[in-house]
Design a binder for this molecule. Sequence first.
Ligand SMILES: Cc1ncc(C[n+]2csc(CCOP(=O)(O)OP(=O)(O)O)c2C)c(N)n1
Length: 629
Amino acid sequence: MTEQGAVSEFDGTEPSADGPTDDQGAAREQADPRTRDESGRADSETPMDDASARTGAEAVVAALETAGVETVFGVQGGAIMPVYDALYDAEHISHVTMAHEQGAAHAADAYGAVTGEPGICMATSGPGATNLVTGIADADMDSEPVVALTGQVPSDLVGNDAFQETDTVGVTTPITKSNTFASSADDVGEDVSTAFALAASGRQGPTLVDLPKDVTTDETDVGPTEPSVPGTVSVPDRATEDAVEAAAAAISDAERPVILAGGGVVKGDASDELRAFARDHEIPVATTMPGIGAFPEDHDLALKMAGMHGTGYANMAVTTTDCLLAVGTRFDDRLTGGVDSFAPDATVVHVDIDPAEISKNVEADHPLIGDASTVVDQLGAAMDDSPDTDEWVTQCADWQDEYRMDYAVPAADSDDGAPDASSFPDEQPVKPQFVVEAVDAATDDDTIVTTGVGQHQMWACQYWTYTEPRTWVSSHGLGAMGYGLPSAVGARLAADDDQSVVCFDGDGSFLMTCQELVVAARENLDITVFVLNNEAIGMVKQWQDAFFDGRRMASEYPWVPEFDTLAEAFGADGFRIESYDDAPDVIEDALATDGPAVVDVYIDPTEDVYPMVPSGGDNGQFALSEDHL
Ligand SMILES: Cc1ncc(C[n+]2csc(CCOP(=O)(O)OP(=O)(O)O)c2C)c(N)n1
């Protein structure tokens, strides 16, 4: 930062750098003809209704209101202050002040994942914008609809190393679906509407509008427009009929067909169509990690997740299939392992809305470009015969028995399917898989699960039985530790009131964003966090043990805080599970808490995640323990 370039964060458009004093605030309330309801929101006419004289900032907020936005996650700061000031008058938008901008981006991402509509995050220029970057990259990797609005220094200072100047458009270009530097108050409303439409349309993803302070303070008489994608953008819908016919014939002729449901099934709201197709034609279904929830995991045809930590039976089926119907997946390397050994005998039918995904990683014999629900319907209509899958379904069921997901202390299930804590030796440390199963049994099917990244995330994939789309919310492609708690905040605000939200976190992941507990406590958000505490960054430790001769460099924590006590300091309820005996009552009490609760679960630190296919390995050669690697 040069002396010359440095400018005050508050450049004269605000009355005081410290905001209104109590007296000023009270005077403002009195002078304000509008009354405010309990939430502090304006409840009468606002400048938003008057298209003739608005600032660029008001145009931004009007665009959000026109798009139907109800919730914005963000953190205040100098360059974005005009937009926050305009939000003060917004009747239909609540702002959730997060502790950190990364939290705002993850919360917006989860909001998008649960609702299917873009989640909105907002930050100031410079560090505010750069703090959003992890969350934006996460949304980009997972095709989540997010709109990021960032403050920027005034246009005439851009390039001067001005105070809190960062080239946000430059920084975020590779990790956004589209980004825009707003150039005038007249255009900024449309910039935001377009960003909203682009985030939501086709293959969803994050968009960003960078808002220089002069643009948000200048006046405009341009009114808001409904979000729409530019005419140059075409969103594929139906696949070509010839291609569908050929793909349907390949599926009908198959002897060992498998459906691989990716995240695009969930995002494309194609679960119903996919379920119907699989049931009608008796085809087993595996999912990718983002595809979890696309198909009910308690169904006979469900193979659960395939890939690095997928089930043995899903990986056997995907390796042996002669026809893979892959819907809405980008075939990431943790799914495929080595591509040469991935589904080696299969004719591949690949349905995707993004033509760029076709044959990017896995060669498609039948590319079907279009919207997942439309194309699966088209395929259903084109199927003259169902494949004869009786033997194949039996084979998959046999693999399911052979490679049953289990952990070292076998559970004696009680009548209601819940693992029975009394059958576990109380003197032994609690297995994390038991906790996941016990929480699953204690909650409804539509419970939303969020996670951090690491072993706990994989146990949450493997041992929870997902039956509904949009109930599994995680950081898949980027693998961002710290995603769990802020995404639970976003999911909570997006979910139905009677839906539970549970977060499984690791101690390492929780330590990265636990400050967002302040938001959960302040807003009294009903979230239950289970910290599967192994006093280590366990997944790294597992890899060190497996591939680095057990040299545990920087992976074990010599000390971690008591997470239950820490939760209480933030205003949440704290609980602890130290033994199997504790588990049932503590889980019940924590879930019954009206507001945020954190359960510090002392898990067996020796537990590792299996099955495992080493990076680049052959899915058919999964290891069931370290000895098999
Ligand atoms: C932001 C970030 N930093 C580092 C990593 C690398 N990493 C992957 S898993 C993992 C361990 C996570 O530890 P924890 O959250 O305690 O979960 P556990 O594996 O113990 O369940 C690490 C460090 C990452 N994924 N994300």
